[in-house]
Design a binder for this molecule. Sequence first.
Ligand code: KG4
Ligand code: ZN
Length: 340
Amino acid sequence: MTTILGIETSCDETSASVVDDGKTVRSNIVASQIDLHRKYGGVVPEIASRAHIERLDAVVEEALEVASCKPADLDAIAVTNRPGLAPALVIGVTAAKTLCWAWNKPLVAVDHIHAHAISPAIELEESIWPAIGLIVSGGHTSLFRVNGETSIDRLGATTDDAAGEAFDKVASILGLPYPGGPEIDRAASKGNPKAIDFPRTMLAQGSLDFSFSGIKTAVLYHVHGHGKTTGGLEKLNEQAIADIAASFQQAVVDVLVRKAMLAIRQTGLSTVVLGGGVAANRTLRISLEEECSRQGLGFYAAKPAYCTDNAAMIAALGFHQFAGGQTATLALDAFARSSL
Ligand code: KG4
Ligand code: ZN
């Protein structure tokens, strides 16, 4: 058995997790900073960084304690070193390097988006690869061909806003608090998804890229009047807001499902996996599952606990990289951009 401690501090969740053999999650502690950032309407990098410093020691300690794991039981420590907010990433990377030095353990550097892509396999016995990976988070929206845990090719990505970013910005247009994804999800459940026909941007024929900035502007003008950016929200009642949330969500989900099916047709693969924070969205999960079942495709969504940021997926991918001999040195750096 190979036991990995995972550490994740790329954005606003401080997380540590102990995972065996890339599958069995023995602990997954996530300290969310939502309350610290809410009044600013988004994540403030310096506040995130400071909160990671204050909380990480206790989070790592708790992850080991819940897993009944001593440092001596660990085979390696895996840490997110990209992509994310540089001042936030650096805290996890520094902590992981320090623990590796103090406990004499190998260090593994993990790309956060790559970890989201393999997160649907956590706690599954069977192998689900190769598969099309639809990864939808706050900073990224991408389609991948996942050949196996450590082999992944990008097929397409957003050319402007990520889907999660669009959820967060539309929530803010509708006067809903940060983070907007879960708020839109909730409001949409009381709304009519056919109330407003928002644009479904597909880009060039056959393109696996995405664009979500147009729909955000369409919602803005729908709320305030064409070409206007203020004055309209006060006139909307709760039902009107729910209808906008539901219609916006349906348009985004339609594009995501259509592009995933396009990737299936282009690659000839027969399995779709779904990961990233927006993968927690109920309409997206259900719509993609239904479409896969209609087309006789395999479908695996990450469990909700492994959709939003967590260290279990970092430890899981860390296991596969460690098993393949991909370790890092103590000179490891943090990078804002993904390597994928
Ligand atoms: O993966 P994640 O936790 O962080 C990044 O790597 O960016 O994704 C966060 C994003 C946020 O934009 C948040 O609003 C969105 O995921 N999100 C959701 C839901 N839960 C979280 N979006 C739609 N519906 C949800 N239920
Ligand atoms: Zn993420």
